[in-house]
Design a protein. Sequence first.
Length: 235
Amino acid sequence: MNGEDLLNIGAFASATGLTIPALRHYDEIGLLRPARVDPGSGYRRYRRDQIDEARLVCGLRAIGVPIDEVRAVVGRPGGHVRSALDVHRDRLVAQLREVSQRIVAVDEFIEKGTAMPVPQSPRPVQIRIPVADVTAAAAFYTAAFDVVFNEAISSVQFGTYRSDRFFLITFEEAGPGQPRGGVRFGLLADDLEAAHSRAVAAGAVEVAPPAEYAWKPRTSTLRDPDGAVIDLTQG
């Protein structure tokens, strides 16, 4: 291969949609290496058959796919790219839900002020559940209760921060031989029957169907796939 077969960095940038600083950075971190670097001038040159790969990098970064995930699929079959896109889409949906909850909280602050409500009595705002698989547990709770999973803290969030319904469930992966579940907690549901049915459809086991008692609100009881007991209360 001679120099005439190669594109200089400016021409390669124009052909791929990447900026020259981005190409230099991707070379430095080993994501997209040039075909040749002149030892005297340091000029980078690229092969024409690198254009498609560079365009893929450009497209994935444009939609916010993290560098490490881009690195994992560059140069691999198309199925790996699709898997990375599916993961990224799920992440964006979770972020959208979280932002939507924050917008609701902002609207409440605008309407009612930002003072922290004074609780009438102490209540827990976080529990920890030993589970067989954090990803599977998160999938159950997001499907059953339409909540946001925060991967950074392995938790699902109920309600908005600083509201009287704010509540975190944090998943801890149990080791071999360690018990799973082992906790019991309650959740409020605006529509008890709908929440109960959705949880069962997502994989919960019905312990007690929705029922109404003279001395307490309408309730039902479920067991999640890891064995934690959930008391739902109309509220």
